[in-house]
Design a protein around this ligand. Structure first.
Ligand code: URP
Ligand code: ZN
Ligand code: ZN
Length: 465
């Protein structure tokens, strides 16, 4: 067996979501096969020195849009540059219109293709937006088939009306993107989604949570015992929305996304606090990147700016810097929100999201002291802009193993084989999401009141007066 199939990560501190300990980690054929000290190891193997480093489960980005079409163009980070598809991946299914056939397809995709999460849009009127009645029906089906319902929560009708008004007032620049969809537009839709999910008895995953107001709705729902999860994205944790007012149009347009980055500068810290206290669950990126010349399609009308920002590459570093380096998260919580919680919610755990014997060897050797400066001129993404430009981050991935193979060494990409990533099918009815729902269903079946049939008088309709 070639030594590259055997790797010893030596002298590091293993960090899982529940505890940390000093141990060596030995990987064979893509799987973690031993953890401990003084391991008995066979033949040749590659040794990675992890002294003073953390050994953490590979990050799981719960939300990306590679190669996504928008406004007649296509996002520049595709499945090659965005992931090189050299790491394992899975899919959510977007339900962008609704009829019986879509329902049948959802059932098929759960049973035969290993998809267990379905995304609906409450925004993007006349493009992807579903009505409340449709959302209710999809939620009911999700519950029946064990899927997790996800919503992009913004009131699409209000956005449509308000943006028309702004354009008529001569507000055509990127700031219009934030002005036509203020916090209450997100709060109202988030609250509506929670209500619809509760009526359907279905768990809910709100994606992304971009405002204090929407974060509070998720928090309250959880306090009330509802099975609701909220996902902030790295953009919302790492920058605020004031850039949309920048005098330089290209710069301002680089920050256009929906729900928008909020001009309130306290929002990123507030969302990080909600992550720290467990009210928000997983950090995604919503990576959906367009070059400046593509964004310029909306130079005269902010509604035509292709929507989306970067984040897939910088997600872990920004969360470490804003979360752990700031003292809000500990290293275990960092692992929880960047990896383990996602594995649990989307039913990949403990195959993914944990450093344990038998788990897949997707591992990061993380240097918490090292720093790097983020820049579009050095990032690996295809996009020509980076919303985190110039930010200095503590926390650098020194080594990354994907499927047990070293793909990042001394901070640089090595041995990246396009197409090596495997599609990971996911079973429905994730315990983490559905266990409580099953018990509640057993206890709370609606029942008709038993009574004698009514035999009294009934008025005649349309009778002559
Ligand atoms: O602006 C964004 N987030 N673009 C990607 C599509 C979406 O809404 O998820
Ligand atoms: Zn969205
Ligand atoms: Zn998205």
């Amino acid at each position: 067996m070639a030594a590259q199939n055997r790797v010893l990560i030596q002298g590091g501190r293993v960090v899982n979501d529940d505890h940390s300990f000093n141990a060596d980690v030995y990987v064979e054929d893509g799987v973690i096969s031993q953890i401990g000290i003084n391991l008995q190891l066979p033949g040749e193997f590659k040794v990675i020195d992890a002294k003073e480093k953390l050994v953490i489960p590979g990050g799981i980005d719960t939300h990306t849009h590679m190669q996504m079409p928008s406004m007649g163009t296509v996002a520049v980070d595709d499945f090659c540059t965005g992931t090189k598809v050299c790491c394992d991946y899975s899919f959510h299914m977007a339900v962008t219109w609704w009829n019986d056939k879509v329902g049948e397809e959802m059932e098929t995709i759960v049973k035969e293709r290993g998809v267990n999460s379905f995304k609906m849009f409450m925004a993007y009127k006349d493009v992807m937006m579903l009505t409340d009645a449709e959302i209710y029906q999809v939620f009911c089906l999700c519950k029946e088939i064990g899927g997790l319902a996800q919503v992009h929560a913004e009131n699409g009708n209000l956005i449509d009306e308000c943006s028309k008004k702004l354009i008529a007032m001569g507000i055509t620049g990127p700031e219009g993107n934030a002005m036509c969809r203020p916090e209450e537009v997100e709060r109202e839709a988030t609250n509506r989604a929670v209500t619809i999910a509760n009526m359907a008895g279905c768990p809910l995953y709100v994606v992304p949570v971009m405002s204090r107001a929407a974060g509070d709705v998720v928090s309250t729902a959880r306090k009330e015992g509802k099975v609701v999860f909220g996902e902030p994205i790295v953009a919302g944790l790492g920058v605020d929305g004031t850039n949309q007012w920048d005098k330089d149009w290209r710069h301002a347009a680089g920050y256009v996304m929906g729900p928008p980055l909020r001009p309130d500068t306290s929002t990123p810290g507030y969302l990080m606090d909600l992550l720290a206290n467990g009210d928000l669950t997983c950090v995604g990126s919503d990576n959906c990147t367009f070059n400046a010349n593509q964004k310029a399609l909306g130079k005269d009308d902010f509604r035509k700016i292709p929507s989306g920002v970067n984040g897939v590459e910088d997600r872990m570093s920004i969360v470490w810097e804003k979360g752990v380096h700031s003292g809000k998260l500990d290293e275990n919580k960092f692992v929880a929100v960047t990896s383990t919680n996602a594995a649990k919610v989307f039913n990949l755990y403990p195959r993914k999201g944990r450093i344990a014997v038998g788990s897949d060897a997707d591992i990061v050797v993380w240097d918490p002291q090292a720093t790097r400066k983020i820049s579009a001129s050095t990032h690996h993404q295809a996009v020509d802009f980076n919303i985190f430009e110039g930010q200095l981050c503590h926390g650098v991935p020194v080594y990354v193993l994907s499927q047990g193979k070293v793909v990042v060494e001394d901070g640089g990409l090595v041995m990246v084989t396009q197409g090596a990533g495997k599609y990971i099918p996911r079973m429905p009815f994730s315990d983490y999401v559905y266990k409580r729902i099953k018990v509640r269903d057993g206890l709370n079946q609606p029942k008709a009141v038993e009574r004698e049939p009514y035999k009294g008088p009934v008025i005649e309709l349309n009778a002559e007066p």
